[in-house]
Design a protein around this ligand. Sequence first.
Ligand code: ADP
Length: 258
Amino acid sequence: IEAQLHQAQKLDAVGQLAGGIAHDFNNLLTVIDGYAALLIAGADEATTRDLVMIREASARASGLTRQLLTFARAQTARPQVVDVAVVVAGVEGLLRRLIREDVDLVVTASATPVPVRADAGQLEQVLVNLAINARDAMPGGGTLTIHTDRVVLDAGRVEGLAAKPGDYVSITVTDTGCGMTAEVAARIFEPFFTTKDQGKGTGLGLATVYGIVTGAGGYIRVDSRPGAGTTFGIYLPATAAAAAAPVEAVEPKRLTVG
Ligand code: ADP
């Protein structure tokens, strides 16, 4: 619990910092990119090459600030009662486009409704981030499975989760990818922890996921073995089904991709 508290404080600090800087920084990047674009008009070939590199670098920096903004926003959720299976179904098309053709996406749901009180847009972000990581973990193809269910966590089943016993909705995201060592698994929720090549990973994907899930009163766990694949288990407190309203279609541009 102490470790979780520590993690939450670290997320808070990074989130505030990110929100404060990212917005202004993005405006400056727009200026840099704008002038580089202007200069290209009158530049010779060698200078154009350099200017294109400036534009490419600012585009990457801009992507990073966008991620930071999303990360900061993870703190301000607008929760409502949503059925997790409906959220998953709504984002399925986007996930299919995110993964490559050599990755199969299998979505399964229990027959019972799976209502939770959470921000549907944030749940979509969670699924997108997990799917991107799963894709990256399966360079040679594989299967990504998303399963939603209801589970009762009692004293026996909360072991290793530090969860409050009760009724939960689970989202299980499994890939058949490269998996990870225990050393890596222990650090994946830390902001800025990444094993990906420079420019490819920001290390904010899972920190965002962690912030969203715990912010909604839920828990997340990871099971992974090198070479065998990875399963993320998300547990959100179940609520009464009655008010579950359909979720609006996803707006892809709202989601941070990559
Ligand atoms: P990023 O994707 O930018 O590296 P994340 O926070 O999303 O940042 O992930 C952190 C690290 O966790 C990744 O660099 C990778 O080492 C590891 N990881 C995350 N998801 C998986 C997965 N499904 N399979 C194997 N490793 C993973």
